[in-house]
Design a protein around this ligand. Structure first.
Ligand SMILES: Cc1cc2nc3c(=O)[nH]c(=O)nc-3n(C[C@H](O)[C@H](O)[C@H](O)COP(=O)(O)O)c2cc1C
Length: 172
């Protein structure tokens, strides 16, 4: 692994957190990183809901079977998209833009010594409905994913899942 790319290899899904809060300025830094991501025609269709209220985090977790760590997270950042504002009004651009923002957010969390994990909601209808209900998200806004963020209580090795058989050269 190229040491200059260590930041990328060090980012791992962290699902165990210590008790403790994250400063609002740090959350702001995470959001600035997220909104530095590439976006088709710079339409920036991403929208964010920052949740730190414990009751709300627990209620979100009630509808995300693979998101139980939210109960122990300092924050959940719900990454949403507004399809009307995406390039060409296309859902695919919304998803791609939001995904780029999520990856930036995850990398920033890792660089700041926080633990974070991507929790998918789209395209699972039951999870979308649940997030809509709990967070009062209007119909025009799509909650793509939730990112759980907290003070890490586990440390994972840097790695890549590089697989040469998945790479083609010059043509398929
Ligand atoms: C679209 C998407 C949805 C995901 N949803 C969940 C989830 O609901 N719960 C979870 O614990 N991890 C979730 N993950 C994290 C993956 O499980 C994780 O990235 C993968 O196992 C690779 O591990 P790493 O992130 O440590 O490299 C999701 C990742 C992506 C890209």
């Amino acid at each position: 692994m190229n040491a200059k790319l260590g930041i990328i290899f060090k980012r791992r899904s962290i699902r165990h957190y210590q008790a403790g809060n994250i400063a609002p300025e740090t959350v702001q830094d995470l959001l600035k990183a997220a909104m530095a991501a590439p976006s088709a025609c710079a339409k920036d269709p991403w929208r964010f809901i920052v949740v730190t209220n414990k009751d709300t985090l627990n209620r979100i977790a009630d509808g995300l079977p693979n998101g139980q760590m939210l109960r122990y997270a300092a924050a959940g950042i719900v990454v949403c998209g507004e399809q009307d504002q995406a390039h060409d009004g296309q859902l695919s651009y919304l998803i791609q833009d939001c995904s780029a923002a999520i990856e930036n957010l995850l990398l920033a969390a890792s660089m700041l010594g926080l633990g974070a994990c991507w929790l998918g909601s789209h395209p699972r209808e039951d999870r979308l409905l649940h997030l809509r209900r709990v967070l009062e998200i209007p119909a025009s806004i799509l909650p793509v994913s939730v990112v759980a963020v907290g003070l890490p209580a586990e440390n994972k090795d840097a790695r890549t899942r590089f697989d040469a058989t998945k790479v083609h050269h010059e043509k398929w």
